[in-house]
Design a protein around this ligand. Sequence first.
Ligand SMILES: [Zn+2]
Ligand SMILES: [Zn+2]
Length: 197
Amino acid sequence: MQCPQASPWDASIVLMKGTTDLLTLLRKLKIHWPYRCQNFLCPEGPGYVEWSSRQKKYQAAVGPCQLCDVLHVLCPDCGSCIAVHDFHEGKPFKCPGCPCIYRAGRHEVNEPWVEGRDELDVLLITAAYKDKLRRISLAKAESIITGTKWQDFEVPTHHFVDSGLMEWISEGDFHCLTESGIEDYEKFIRDAEDVLQ
Ligand SMILES: [Zn+2]
Ligand SMILES: [Zn+2]
């Protein structure tokens, strides 16, 4: 019997049964995909982004394009790779794929840096700022946390208190923004711009 010719639309897909050991191994395996430059004016590009900070869980990576030197930020929450043009360096910008807000730039030795506010930071600080007493009740904070990735963490608001952005008042019934929490909202979250992609 003649074998039918493979059409160009055929794909070589082999269905496999995965054992739990194999699936566990795959979950532990970290594959670092190369990211291409997002600057549409990249000469002879797009080049590859050279990440100068290794991405840790919940932390954004930052690095320049090897060809045009435009900085890029890799959002750990949604996987967006965002070009930060020189006129945006040092200014807060919104992640195009999720509610995170970032600011990236370079130190004097040209070493890139990035800092971010994730979804929970943005939602909690904004909700507290919009309250006239600049505070948010524990119940409201909990309902906001429920909709974020932090819902399974024991005390997701710890870092707001540790970083001095919020403090407990009324024996722990309210989170209140501190002076630096108010400044953080006004200089970081409120002024964040959309980025050109
Ligand atoms: Zn480039
Ligand atoms: Zn994102």
